[in-house]
Design a protein around this ligand. Structure first.
Ligand SMILES: [Zn+2]
Length: 240
C-alpha cells in the first residue's frame, strides 16, 4: 500500500547513486532494516543538507511507492554525533557497530532494543571518545546478542549445567562449558568469563575492561556464538 510513514532511523550506510542521489541503509525501531533513496541530496542546495550520512540519528518521513526502496521526503536531525567524527577510534567503533547490526539483522525483522542499543553506542562514542576500543565494541556486541535472543549462557555449563570448573567456551553449546564437556570448546580464562558477565550486566558507559588476552577470548566466544546460531560472520571488533 503506497503511503508515507514517519520513523526515527540511524544511517548505517550511505551510498552515492547516480548523479545526485544517495541510497541509504537505515535501521529503524519499528521496521528494522530499511533501504531508502534520497533524491538530489548531493546538490549544493539540497534540503537534506549533510545529514544523510552514516551515524546520523534522524526523524524521517519516508514514502512507500511500488519500488523496493522507500523515498526520503523529509529528514530532521535527532543527533548528528559530530564529535564522534573527530576521532579515528570513535569513527571506527561506530562503523563496526553499524556493520554488526547490518549483518545480524535482516530486513523486516524489527527489534526496538537493537535500535536503542545502537543509539546509545553512538551517543557514547560521541560524548566519551576515550571509551572507544575493543572492550567497548565487545560489550556492544554481547548486548546485541542479548537483544537478538542469542546471549551466551555464562552461569553454568551450557552442556550439563555444572556450576564449577567452567574452563571453556563452546559456540555450538551456546556458552561456557565445564572441564568434562569441553571437547568442542576453547579455553576461556576467568578474566574473559568475568568480562563477558560484566558486559552483560552493566550499561555500555560503565562496561568493564580486560587484558588483551581475555578480550581476544571474549571476541572468539561472541564470534562463534553468532556463527553457530545466526550463520553470520562479524568483522573483527577492532583493528590490529
Ligand atoms: Zn559440563
Amino acid at each position: 500500500m503506497p503511503g508515507s510513514l514517519k520513523t526515527e532511523a540511524i544511517v548505517l550506510r550511505s551510498i552515492r547513486y547516480g548523479e545526485a542521489d544517495r541510497v541509504l541503509h537505515l535501521y529503524t525501531p519499528g521496521f528494522g532494516r530499511v533501504g531508502a533513496i534520497a533524491k538530489g541530496v548531493r546538490r549544493t542546495r539540497s534540503r537534506f543538507g549533510g545529514r544523510l550520512e552514516p551515524f546520523f540519528r534522524l526523524a524521517l518521513v519516508l514514502y512507500e511507492g511500488r519500488g523496493e526502496l522507500l523515498t526520503v521526503t523529509s529528514a530532521e536531525t535527532v543527533a548528528a554525533h559530530a564529535r564522534l567524527r573527530d576521532h579515528h577510534a570513535c569513527l571506527d567503533g561506530a562503523a563496526r557497530a553499524c556493520d554488526a547490526v547490518a549483518r545480524l539483522f535482516e530486513a523486516g525483522d524489527p527489534n526496538p532494543a537493537v535500535y536503542h542499543l545502537l543509539a546509545n553506542q553512538l551517543a557514547l562514542l560521541d560524548a566519551q571518545p576515550e571509551c572507544a576500543g575493543r572492550a567497548n565494541q565487545l560489550c556492544f556486541r554481547i548486548k546485541l546478542l542479548l537483544a537478538a535472543g542469542l546471549a551466551p549462557q555464562l552461569e553454568a555449563c551450557a552442556s550439563c549445567g555444572e556450576r564449577e570448573h567452567l574452563s571453556g567456551f563452546s559456540g555450538a553449546a551456546g556458552g561456557v562449558v565445564c572441564s568434562s564437556c569441553e571437547a568442542s570448546a576453547f579455553v576461556l580464562d576467568e578474566a574473559a568469563h568475568a568480562f563477558m558477565t560484566g558486559a552483560l550486566g552493566s550499561p555500555l558507559a560503565e562496561a568493564p575492561d580486560a587484558p588483551e588476552r581475555a578480550l581476544r577470548q571474549a571476541e572468539r566466544a561472541i564470534g562463534e556464538t553468532v556463527e553457530h546460531h545466526a550463520g553470520v560472520r562479524l568483522r573483527a571488533a577492532a583493528a590490529g
